[in-house]
Write a protein that binds this ligand. Structure first.
Ligand SMILES: CC(C)(COP(=O)(O)OP(=O)(O)OC[C@H]1O[C@@H](n2cnc3c(N)ncnc32)[C@H](O)[C@@H]1OP(=O)(O)O)[C@@H](O)C(=O)NCCC(=O)NCCS
Length: 153
């Protein structure tokens, strides 16, 4: 899977932005980004993956997980570095949100790292409102400062 390959390139931006910054161990990364875990998310959690494609080339993807009857979590949205800042993330997000709205979803939540200024700007620009800040114990042991955003569809 392209994302897993990119995330293993330790000098690359995807690794630096998504892994190094948070001190996530390699073992956890492989688990979280493997094809197997994504398939499992779809089958067992009812997650939906949205792909940004140009022909057969994947430019990015988004994962949405159901939370309860009318709320979903945008678990992650990634546009691969060579295609970023061209509006692809915004289009992908809009597609995902309009599909979720069609399915009857009313509220979308998303967590961003407190220091992830690019992602926070991206969500704020797309209408998400900050609802709380929390520090959690990450599954890999360290503390993680998060900002939760919400969007009403
Ligand atoms: C966040 C992300 C999905 C945005 O995708 P994108 O295709 O680059 O986004 P767009 O081109 O639609 O940009 C929309 C806005 O987001 C913000 N933004 C996106 N990338 C940015 C960057 N590198 N620096 C600052 N702001 C940025 C800007 O406000 C931008 O609007 P502008 O270009 O008019 O200033 C993409 O940068 C990414 O994959 N980042 C790494 C993974 C990540 O952090 N995901 C979110 C948490 S899971």
């Amino acid at each position: 899977m392209k994302l897993l390959t990119l995330i293993q390139d330790k000098g690359g931006r995807v690794y630096q932005d998504n892994v190094a910054k948070f001190g996530i161990p390699d073992e956890y990364v492989e688990k979280a980004f493997s094809e197997e875990s994504m398939l499992k998310a779809t089958q067992e959690r009812g997650s939906t993956f949205y792909l940004a494609l140009e022909g057969s080339v994947m430019l990015g993807f988004a994962q949405v997980n159901p939370e309860n009857e009318d709320t979903v979590e945008l678990d992650r949205i990634v546009v691969f570095p060579e295609y970023s800042r061209k509006g692809i993330g915004t289009s992908l997000l809009r597609e995902a949100l309009s599909d979720q709205k069609r399915k009857g979803v009313k509220t979308v939540i998303v967590n961003a790292g407190k220091d992830e200024s690019h992602a926070r700007r991206f969500y704020e620009k797309n209408g998400f409102k900050e609802i709380r800040q929390v520090t959690i114990d990450a599954p890999w042991g360290s503390k993680l400062a998060l900002v939760t955003y919400e969007l009403q569809l």
